[in-house]
Design a protein around this ligand. Structure first.
Ligand SMILES: Cc1ncc(COP(=O)(O)O)c(C=O)c1O
Length: 503
């Protein structure tokens, strides 16, 4: 197609709206022209710092020269034979490398596919074939993909599952532990027990499946003690443990697989995204005897484990060694957390800064009130940051989490520049403030008659600058700007105490 003029983002957006199904979302109304490492440029020539990394796909950076060179070399040899028809060495070499990297002192085997969802589908097939059981227990807030089985496993309805059911049966959701929301490890493990009592007997459950850090769900880290508890239940009943490392894998969390940081080894690991630095390939690695359960021909796919994907993945592994990216992942995480904490100190809305390695997020609440997740502020900050040249993504069941998946090859200077844009964006956008009531009642002379009784003393905050009812004031005071001890002596509570004494 010949173009006399360069397209604009707006013009491409208009064409996209006409040509592309609306169900395919788009976080930013930006069209990329080129990308390198942690920066990209749109079709209008604007530069952006990329803190999204194509949703955790370019840990080695956009177009890492070594990855591109490996793919170019592969292009000159062959691009496709289908591994099930005429096999090729890069596939076998990649399997050997992943088998060695996966945790667990037992023999392992691998297979390769194309997408993360396909990896999960195959992990489920393998677990069912091995255990000869149908049941699967996944977790609330978990995300596993957009195919029917992976949607069934996903524990977040909107927007992924809306209108697409019914989903495959024999899938149950236990509660994922979440300290911020008061869900203890014990409570989460009890919810697993409850499923085994109320919904499906343990002898019919093939596997537990969980993300070491929930991705779409909000970057909540699975506590090691929780995973240990789950593994105990699994071992007691012959249930397999599947780690969905599609987002956490390939060095994002400071180790190649996040589950290397557990004290127990999963039986099966699903991997994808960054393993090939921007080229489509996914994989399943696990206990050899489990992986060998399906009959020959039961696994695979036309493009599964394409030569280009294998070549790219092998190059990514080399880049990790050459550039010591696992160490860098920890350092990037530390720098991000420190920078985000500085922003959080200024903005009460940010109630949590968390993560594992370089998988880092902040969670936003109205006025810092944990009962009021602030999706609107999250979107305002993300839009403002994009306007200022920083690409960010949201996540979380309430859409109130800003996650960072910046390429690990980003320099400290670029990380700091991105953090500064984020800080400026927080300063620039309006933050939540409690609703202003129509008019503050004038103080009336206290008379003993019922008719002239002053308004109930506890209704208004006595703090001069505060025009809020005490209920609204206390909820924000108690949870953010006021520490819990300060809250007990906040103007509102002091006024309530005085009122009680008067009565
Ligand atoms: C944890 C997890 N599992 C599975 C998937 C699905 O991967 P894909 O989009 O490549 O099918 C994703 C994608 O975001 C993911 O984050």
């Amino acid at each position: 197609m010949h173009r006399d003029t360069l397209p604009t983002n707006a013009a491409l957006m208009a064409r996209r709206k006409t040509a592309v199904a609306r169900g395919v979302g788009q976080a930013h109304e930006i069209f990329v022209a080129r990308a390198r490492h942690a920066e990209l440029w749109d079709v209008e020539g604007r530069r952006y710092i990329d803190f999204a990394g194509g949703i955790a796909v370019v840990n080695t950076g956009h177009c890492h020269p070594d990855v591109i060179a490996a793919v170019k070399a592969q292009l000159d040899l062959y691009t496709h034979t289908c591994f099930q028809v005429v096999a090729y060495e890069p596939y076998v070499e990649l399997a050997e490398r992943l088998n060695a990297l996966a945790p667990g002192a037992f023999a392992k085997k691998s297979l390769f596919l194309t997408t993360g969802a396909e990896a999960i589908e195959n992990a489920v097939k393998i677990a069912r074939a091995y255990t000869k059981r149908p049941g699967l227990i996944a977790f609330s807030g978990g995300y596993h993909g957009r195919t029917m089985m992976t949607l069934g496993l996903t524990g977040k309805v909107a927007p992924y599952k809306l209108g697409f059911g019914p989903f495959p049966g024999e899938v149950f959701h236990a509660t994922f532990p979440n300290e911020l929301y008061g869900i203890s490890i014990d409570a989460a493990l009890r919810s697993v027990d409850a499923i085994l009592k109320n919904d499906i007997e343990a002898e019919r459950v093939a596997a537990f499946i969980l993300e070491p850090v929930q991705g779409e769900g909000g970057f909540y880290v699975a506590p090691p003690a929780f995973v240990e508890g789950l593994k105990k239940i699994a071992d007691k009943h012959g249930i397999l443990l599947i780690a969905d490392e599609v987002q956490t894998g390939a060095g994002r969390t400071g180790t190649w697989f996040a589950c290397e940081q557990w004290s127990v080894a999963p039986d099966i690991i699903a991997t994808a995204k960054s393993m090939a630095g921007g080229f489509p390939i996914s994989g399943v690695v696990g206990r050899a005897e489990v992986m060998d359960a399906p009959a020959p021909g039961g696994l695979g796919g036309t493009y599964a484990g394409s030569p280009l994907g294998c070549a790219a993945a092998l190059a990514v592994l080399k880049v990790f060694d050459d550039e010591r990216l696992l160490e860098r992942s920890k350092a990037v995480g530390d720098r991000l957390v420190a920078g985000l904490r500085r922003i959080a100190n200024k903005h009460a809305a940010i109630r949590d800064v968390r993560g594992l390695g370089a998988m880092v997020a902040i969670e936003l609440f109205k006025g810092g009130d944990l009962a009021q997740p602030d999706a609107a502020l999250t979107q305002r900050v993300i839009a403002e940051a994009a306007r200022r040249g920083l690409i960010l993504l949201s996540c979380g069941s309430y859409g109130n989490v800003i996650r960072i998946l910046v390429p690990l090859t980003a320099s400290d200077a670029l990380l700091d520049e991105g953090l500064q844009v984020l800080a400026d964006s927080f300063d620039a956008v309006p933050q939540w403030s409690a609703p202003v009531l129509p008019a503050r009642p004038r103080p009336t002379l206290h008379r003993r008659s019922r008719r002239h009784r002053p308004p109930p003393p506890s209704r208004w905050c006595a703090f001069a600058a505060c025009r809020r009812p005490t209920t609204a004031c206390i909820s924000s005071c108690a949870s953010s700007t006021w520490t819990s001890s300060a809250a007990s002596s906040s103007p509102c509570s002091a006024r309530r105490a005085r009122a009680r004494r008067r009565r």
